[in-house]
Design a binder for this molecule. Structure first.
Ligand code: NAP
Length: 328
């Protein structure tokens, strides 16, 4: 199909735009595809480093539509091209402040001001990686934070998982479908995961647990070879050969700039408004501020997948379109 623009852009990049989308991962770009195709003028404030977590990934094998897999950066490039094809304008800078006391909302990017009638927050979350030598160098070379994405690469291999929360339990359980041996390494002598998840893990014969132990170094040149472990009770160190290390120690949502303006939970994940309010208004992705919607990992500590983020982006895009129609 030929290049086509569905929405009418404001004469000035400053706006007012119908929708400003903050972020540029799968949630943000999917939202933009929906808002532009819904004829809403759309500005994407995509950040200095655009594309989100998939830009740091190699092969993506679990995004539908790519039977041979697709490289993360390639997938993001395609999503961005699709959003831009329908007229979304992309600004590669970080938002520094938002002002919701007036309509249209004001969005600041350093000394530049943009305005928009509605906002979709899709700033994603960052994986918290272990602060140990070797980790950064070996991400994608045996070090991962996503078992549903990478477990099939570890068929009949020996893997370790770090963490003691629900994510670590889930990673370990997913890995048992492929790996020959799964070891959870946890810094304390008890898990914080839910009782049901703990039971499932502790009853699984493929999973071993090493308690009171920290990973002090990840060793390997081109790929991971072993872990240096330290028992934090005895101080004893040991070498633990592995083919893979899955880090599940939490995520940091990109919500700093919205602090005190948009409600978050105690870990900083943006909260959707109450379920009563969502049912009453019909906006599933609404935040506590009317006209501001949320999508993707910045509000989702549970699924954290590109495809769920894209789904949330679709919902937020549709909610914003409905809001714009009603509030015009
Ligand atoms: P989490 O509950 O915060 O657990 C993080 C784990 O990592 C903790 O066990 C923590 O140890 C450990 N940890 C943190 N920093 C570490 C470090 N520097 N070195 C070693 N270990 C470290 O995070 P999560 O498991 O990602 O879960 C996040 C939220 O999502 C939770 O509310 C969880 O219930 C929810 N979730 C639910 C499901 C489900 O329902 N199926 C699945 C996934 C996540 P300590 O325990 O010693 O602090």
């Amino acid at each position: 199909m030929d290049q086509q623009t569905f929405s009418t852009k404001p004469a000035d990049l400053k706006g007012p735009w119908d929708v400003a989308i903050i972020g540029s991962g799968p949630a943000a770009l999917t939202a933009a595809i929906y808002t532009t195709r819904g004829a809403a003028s759309t500005l994407i404030l995509g950040g200095e480093i655009w594309g989100g977590q998939l830009m740091l990934t190699t092969e993506v094998d679990n995004f539908p539509g790519f039977p041979q897999g697709i490289l993360g950066p390639k997938l993001m490039g395609e999503m961005r091209a699709q959003a831009e094809r329908f007229g979304a304008e992309f600004v590669g800078q970080n938002v520094t402040a938002i002002n919701i006391s007036q309509q249209p909302f004001q969005i600041t990017v350093n000394s530049q001001q943009y305005s928009a009638r509605s906002i979709i927050i899709a700033t994603g979350a960052e994986t918290l990686w272990l602060d140990a030598p070797g980790v950064q160098k070996l991400i994608g070379r045996g070090v991962s934070s996503c078992a549903p994405c990478d477990a099939p690469f570890f068929k009949n291999k020996k893997v370790a998982v770090v963490g003691g929360g629900d994510s670590a339990m889930e990673e370990a359980l997913v890995l048992t479908k492929y790996a020959s041996e799964v070891t959870i390494i946890h810094r304390r002598d008890s898990f914080r995961a839910s009782a049901a998840m703990q039971r499932e893990v502790l009853e699984n014969p493929k999973i071993k647990v090493v308690w009171n132990t920290e990973v002090t170094e990840v060793k390997g040149e081109l790929k991971i070879e072993s872990l240096e472990l330290k028992n934090n009770k005895t101080g004893e160190t040991s070498n633990f050969p592995v083919d893979g290390l899955f880090i599940a120690i939490g995520h940091k949502p990109g919500s700093e700039v919205f602090k005190g303006i948009i409600e978050t939970d105690e870990r900083g994940f943006i909260k959707k408004t109450t379920s009563d309010k969502r049912q009453e208004t019909g906006y599933e992705s609404a935040t506590n501020v009317q006209g501001i919607f949320v999508a993707g990992d910045v509000h989702d500590a549970r699924y954290k997948q590109a495809i769920t983020a894209a789904g949330f982006g679709c919902m937020a895009g549709m909610d914003a379109l409905k809001y714009l129609e009603i509030s015009r």
